[in-house]
Design a protein around this ligand. Structure first.
Ligand code: NDP
Length: 596
């Protein structure tokens, strides 16, 4: 296939994509990144918490212990409360609820999925977001409202990290130990430790030598920059500021930095695709126009459409749904006609439009060329922003393109790219987070089940779960996670449905007074087989992609298929959970009653 109406030479582009991919392949792949531990522990410090906070250690017994106070933790706890479960404890590392929205307070942070479908329980709370894609403080505030609505503050232990979760076979209880000396005994544990929550730094040679000020975007240091989440960072005036990373975070924060810094150096390894956002205030009377049940209908509609299902209407109508409508197989008499060439062409023409947008906005031609992304649209999380590209027309902003190689070295004075040192006062790492690494690394704790088997050992040969939320051999232990589950663009949707399912099992378990509940081997094997069978297509696509966290930086780990998602799609996954809950027979689970 060579050309079409858009003048797209598909074969030439495939060659260009492959060339760009090869430039970026590295033998150290995921190992190029460092967690914020040991010599980098300072980077992990919470700038929003009281460093002198102290409290007495607790020794208590609860029905349910929830680890993490982000959306998933709030939803799990809120729904348990709704079901009348009173003895709940929530352990959270931060000093408040909010999860990702507690930590990510960089100026410009906003949700990248429409808030009407992203924020949970809008209908129950009667809340209407002020903007289509509101900023972090409003989202954090929504988390606080959820916590208040379900009276969760008295149940929370903030600034507390779970160190270990250990099963006591005799008592049929989990014993949870924390870094504040707590010992909590729980019948059930729900791990809501989040996705993309462990920040990572690139292991660039010399990273420890930098003598200026440095921090990760998820630990924004307003004491240094001045200002707040709305901007006004007066502390950066006259400063030479560098930022490494141009993913979703970099795109949102760079316009704010450009407005504040004396000079901003943007160190780019791979340009993101940046499409229009069209953000703006929501109509103040919007909620009045919606019928009861609107929130679920709107969410389902988006997840189905963006997940590739054919739905008669597009309720959200934004850049996400626009892309999908463009690249989806067309319908004939209600049946999808999958014409792989047509889909590929549509996807490439979408990316071409993104490149043309760069050329139309960015005046300097060399800079514009460097900002054009050359990879398949879904190889990386698409970005949307209305001010990002314009930033590169400012005289105080320099794009330092690393030609796919990344920053070469960091020195005491600054950052070196292609042999040239760029002196800096401040260096900001927008270098992302761990994604689907080993569970214990991702969750920052080890779980030890019956027979003293750790979850790490149990999953040595890859994850095995039922619906992504439970694993046989670890009774009464639940996870909110996307591995072996539906991977929705709107992650909160998946988390919401998983917590409904987990709460359904726990409340039923409490009602029946079970000692343990876990998946049967048969049900788990069947689910795992479905995941493995469906993984090949996505994995083959990811092989064609430029490195990034989606494809483990271009090097498949062992048992990669076991980290995969439910292939029929995120909405199909949600229907599986929904139907299963409706049946109310706990099929696929093995229950042992408590001894009397
Ligand atoms: P990403 O992992 O997407 O981006 C990391 C960036 O750092 C990439 O541009 C990467 O380049 C760059 N990088 C890494 N190492 C080097 C190096 N040695 N030299 C130069 N550059 C380097 O992290 P983000 O925090 O941006 O986003 C992670 C995810 O979090 C998003 O995909 C999204 O799912 C979520 N998110 C959502 C937001 C929202 O809803 N509003 C906002 C922010 C994040 P390269 O691409 O070459 O690897």
């Amino acid at each position: 296939m060579t050309s079409n109406a858009d003048n797209i030479d598909v074969d030439a582009l495939e060659r260009k994509y492959a060339e760009e991919r090869e430039k970026r392949r590295r033998t150290d792949a995921m190992a190029q990144f460092q967690p914020l531990q040991g010599r980098f522990a300072n980077f992990a410090k919470d700038p929003h918490a009281d460093p002198n906070f102290k409290r007495d250690a607790l020794n208590e017994a609860v029905d349910v212990l929830i680890i993490g106070g982000g959306f998933a933790g709030l939803l799990a706890a809120g729904r348990l409360r709704e079901q009348g479960v009173k003895r709940i404890r929530i352990v959270e590392k931060g000093a408040d609820f909010g999860g990702t929205w507690y930590w990510n307070r960089y100026p410009g942070a906003a949700c990248d999925v429409e808030a009407l479908i992203y924020l949970p329980m809008l209908e129950e709370l009667g809340y209407q977001p002020s903007l289509r894609y509101p900023n972090a403080p409003e989202i954090r505030e929504h988390c606080h409202k959820l916590a208040e609505r379900f009276d969760l503050y008295p149940s929370a232990l903030f600034q507390t990290q779970v160190l270990s979760v250990q099963w006591d076979e005799q008592r049929k209880r989990w014993d949870i130990r924390t870094d504040r000396g707590d010992l909590i005994s729980a019948r059930f544990v729900v791990s809501c430790t989040g996705l993309l929550s462990n920040p990572k730094l690139p292991g660039i040679p010399g990273i420890e030598d930098f003598e200026g000020h440095a921090f990760h975007t998820s630990r924004w240091d307003y004491a240094y920059t001045g200002g707040d989440e709305r901007g006004n960072m007066t502390g950066l005036a006259n400063k030479r500021v560098g930022i490494i990373g141009t993913g979703s975070t970099g795109i949102q924060v760079i316009p704010q930095l450009a407005a504040a810094a004396g000079h901003l150096y943007v160190f780019q390894r791979t340009p993101s695709s940046v499409d229009v956002r069209n953000n703006g205030p929501t109509d103040p009377r919007l909620l009045e126009t919606f019928k009861p049940g609107w929130a679920r209908e709107r969410r389902d509609n988006f997840t189905a459409l963006v997940g590739g299902e054919h739905v008669p209407v597009d309720l959200v109508q934004d850049s996400w749904t626009d892309i999908i409508r463009h690249v989806m197989p067309r319908l004939e008499n209600g049946t999808p006609v999958v014409d792989a060439d047509a889909v590929r062409l549509a996807e490439m023409s979408k990316m071409e439009a993104v490149r043309q947008r760069v050329a139309a906005v960015v005046k300097d031609q060399a800079t514009a060329e460097a900002l054009k992304p050359y990879f398949h649209y879904f190889c990386k999380r698409p970005c949307f922003h209305d001010e990002y590209l314009e930033v590169f027309n400012r005289p105080n902003v320099s794009l330092i393109d690393t030609q796919g190689k990344g920053v070469e070295r960091i020195t005491a004075r600054g950052v070196v790219v292609q042999g040239r040192e760029h002196p800096l006062d401040c260096l900001i790492f927008a270098t992302g987070f761990d994604f689907l690494t080993e569970y214990s690394r991702e969750a920052g704790m080890e779980v030890t089940g019956p027979g003293a088997v750790t979850l790490t050992k149990h999953w040595e040969e890859g994850r095995r779960t039922l619906y992504g939320i439970m694993t046989r051999g670890f009774p009464n232990f639940f996870m909110v996670s996307i591995a072996q589950a539906g991977a929705a663009v709107n992650y909160v949707h998946t988390a919401d449905e998983q917590t409904k399912t987990i709460v359904h099992i726990i409340t039923e378990g409490l009602r029946r007074d079970v000692a343990t509940v876990q998946p049967t081997l048969e049900a788990q094997n069947e689910w795992v087989q479905q995941i493995v069978d469906g993984a090949a297509g996505r994995q083959a696509f990811l092989e064609t992609c430029t490195p990034g966290y989606y494809n483990y930086e271009g090097q498949r780990p062992r048992h990669v298929a076991l980290n995969d998602f439910y292939a029929p799609g995120p909405m199909a996954y949600i229907r599986v959970l929904d139907n299963w809950r409706q049946k109310a027979d706990l099929s696929g689970l093995e229950l042992a009653l408590a001894e009397r």
